[in-house]
Ligand binder design. Structure first.
Ligand code: HEM
Length: 230
């Protein structure tokens, strides 16, 4: 069998990588929506919120032993995040190689602007997730850090005197929103949306889905900051 010429193989594998990015991205968005729904339980009080967190550890019982589902989910999410980053890096390198000589005056094309925002947004989100896990999952960086009572950890986290923590969370959540808006749009394109009319609807849907997420997530720290949740 004759081998396909190298550029054609590369194009095919780039499409494969884009599909991989779209699929892992959608998986992460699903997690983000479920996590947001769980976080909103904070408005139903400490008992409900802590009960919900305890329930997370029992999903799959009695088929699975306690916390196994949680670890399964953690494994899938970690693989998805790492895979998403590796695929993005390979695609970015290929794009840079395709233009070895830089533009003398970088034209303000939408593509390169979006690519840079996605890159830096991705880095901010990754740093945030590392901080967030040390803060609210392990409790290491949390002023209370009581694993059995996450409600108290969240309330302590966003106390008014810790405004810098709230600010960091707010910036990271906004970065998630921007990342998602462009990511969802790109994923739809990769997975087959090509028409001009569809493009408009996808843009609107991506914006709406990102806004819902940003508002849902931001509502928790601001509710604590303003004393609605205490
Ligand atoms: C104000 C917004 C947020 C709040 C109040 C919040 C709250 C929490 C809490 C309480 C936990 C610990 C759950 C438990 O162990 O029972 C947690 C875990 C986690 N959160 Fe968030 N979160 C927020 C935003 C985010 C965002 C924007 C992301 C992703 C970009 C994220 C990703 C995660 C991950 C990956 C975990 C670890 C899940 C696990 O233990 O397997 N969170 N969050």
């Amino acid at each position: 069998m004759r081998k396909a010429p190298a550029p054609a193989r590369k194009t095919r594998s780039s499409v494969g990588l884009k599909i991989f990015m779209a699929v892992t991205g959608i998986l992460l968005v699903l997690f983000l929506y479920l996590h947001m729904a769980g976080n909103l339980k904070i408005f139903f009080g400490g008992t409900t919120f802590d009960h919900y967190a305890a329930w997370l550890r029992t999903i799959g019982e009695p088929l699975l032993p306690k916390t196994w589902y949680l670890y399964l989910q953690r494994t899938v999410l970690t693989v998805a995040v790492l895979g998403h980053i590796v695929a993005a890096t390979i695609l970015a390198r290929r794009a840079a190689k395709a233009r070895p000589v830089k533009y003398a005056h970088r034209p303000k094309v939408q593509g390169s602007y979006a690519a840079r925002t996605m890159r830096w947004g991705g880095v901010i989100i990754l740093l945030f997730v590392i901080f967030h896990i040390l803060d609210l999952t392990t409790g290491t960086l949390n002023p209370v850090g009581d694993k059995a009572h996450p409600y108290g950890n969240v309330v302590a986290d966003f106390a008014p005197h810790r405004w810098y923590v709230t600010l960091f969370y707010a910036l990271a959540i906004i970065a998630v929103g921007f990342h998602l808006r462009h990511g969802l749009f790109s994923a739809a394109r990769t997975l087959g949306q090509q028409s001009a009319r569809g493009e408009k609807s996808i843009k609107t849907a991506a914006l709406a889905l990102s806004l819902i997420l940003v508002i849902g997530y931001l509502s928790v720290p601001f509710a604590v900051l303003t004393g609605i949740v205490k």
